[in-house]
Design a protein around this ligand. Structure first.
Ligand code: UFG
Length: 344
């Protein structure tokens, strides 16, 4: 896609992924020009006509130089990175490399080019096991796994850079992203899948057994409670965060609904929405799962003017189910044509 070199442009790292693509699409709808960089490590098919897509590592110094020189980049939204908690425990080195070291390289490049606005995908994982729920942003950060440590390390780096160099940043602490933009084909497909809602849909469709990880938690039905947020609501929070940065301010926000749902409630809702029954077995607890993770989203509501619109459990699961049943996108992403070391 040809872009206008003068138009305000947002660089979106990891913009071919689940949350990044939803946010990038909304930005394009709001009149921003969008450049996506993504390593396509998951082999996803993605060929939007609303953004320029470049296949590369998000810390590639030469490509960043070219993009920042060529386009009028106002801000960087950073979604790229590793997300699987279990993998971070098994192999933390790669998580520190991808989630921290490379972010430092990206920030340094931004600074060299005078780009001072950054929106960061953080996580509720920074809180670890909360002592008080709903969780406010002032709750102490005590991550309990390497994934959460890397997210918190970047938050600390951003605060330090903000104080020392005037970087303006927003760190968005996601609770549980879910749902899909069905109309525009932007949804969740992880390989391997570890997230509860896609796994439930898979179980409903295939007849395979779904495992509940523990039913002896301190919750009304004994299964873990999480705060599920529709990805379209997550996307709108990113747009609002960008607007917030226009005021040259920095802040951290929780992104959740403030309402939790248990794993058993999800099973019931998936059964209802799909009309299919699910074979369920109860297994032992997965290590590191707190009983209850629910956001207090008041700060985002007050300072960003953000409110979830699509995040009822009904809508989340209905949209996730519609997306799950869609065949893969017809447009095929060609590895060869996008492998670039020079972009212009
Ligand atoms: N669960 C099951 N069975 C499964 C899969 C999950 O019972 O087969 C349960 C989990 O034990 C948990 C809930 O469903 O209680 C949600 O699990 P997910 O793996 O879908 O999501 P998490 O809450 O573990 O993780 C999410 C993000 C992480 C992020 C974390 C922050 O996916 O990237 O929130 O709290 F770190």
């Amino acid at each position: 896609m040809e872009l206008d070199v003068h138009k305000p442009t947002i660089l979106v790292t990891g913009g071919a992924g689940y949350i990044g693509s939803n946010a990038a699409f909304l930005l394009s709808q709001q009149g921003y020009q969008v450049v996506i960089i993504d390593n396509f490590k998951h082999g996803q098919q993605f060929y939007p006509d609303w953004a320029r897509v470049i296949k590369c590592d998000f810390s590639d110094q030469s490509i960043l130089d070219q993009i920042f020189t060529h386009y009028n980049v106002e801000a960087v939204m950073h979604f790229a990175g590793l997300i699987e908690v279990g993998a971070s425990v098994r192999d933390p080195k790669i998580f520190y490399e991808e989630n921290v070291v490379k972010v430092l390289k990206l920030l340094n490049k931004m600074q060299e080019h005078g780009i001072d606005k950054f929106v960061f995908s953080s996580s509720a994982a920074v809180y670890g096991t909360p002592t008080k729920v709903p969780i406010v942003e002032e709750h102490p950060c005590n991550p309990i796994n390497p994934y959460g440590n890397t997210k918190y390390a970047v938050e600390c780096m951003l605060s330090d850079f903000s104080r020392a160099y005037g970087l303006n940043f927003v760190a968005l602490r996601y609770f549980n992203a879910a749902g899909a933009d069905v109309e525009n084909g932007l949804g969740e497909r992880h390989k391997p899948e570890t997230h509860v809602i896609p796994l439930l849909l898979e179980a409903a469709q295939s007849g395979e057994t779904f495992s509940i990880f523990g039913n002896d938690y301190q919750t009304p039905d004994g299964t873990c409670i999480r705060d599920y947020l529709h990805v379209k609501d997550l996307a709108s929070a990113h747009y609002k965060a960008l607007k917030f940065l226009d005021g040259n301010k920095s802040a951290v926000f929780n992104l959740g609904t403030g309402i939790g749902a248990s794993v058993s409630e999800l099973v019931n809702m998936v059964t209802k929405q799909t009309g299919l029954s699910i074979n369920v077995e109860v297994k032992k607890r997965r290590s590191g799962d707190p009983d209850r993770l629910v956001a207090d989203p008041s700060r985002a509501s007050t300072l960003l003017g953000w409110k979830p619109e699509y995040s009822s459990l009904e809508t989340i699961i209905a949209d996730a189910w519609l997306f799950y049943q869609k065949p893969d996108a017809v447009l095929y992403y060609s590895d060869q044509s996008y492998q670039q070391s020079s972009v212009f």
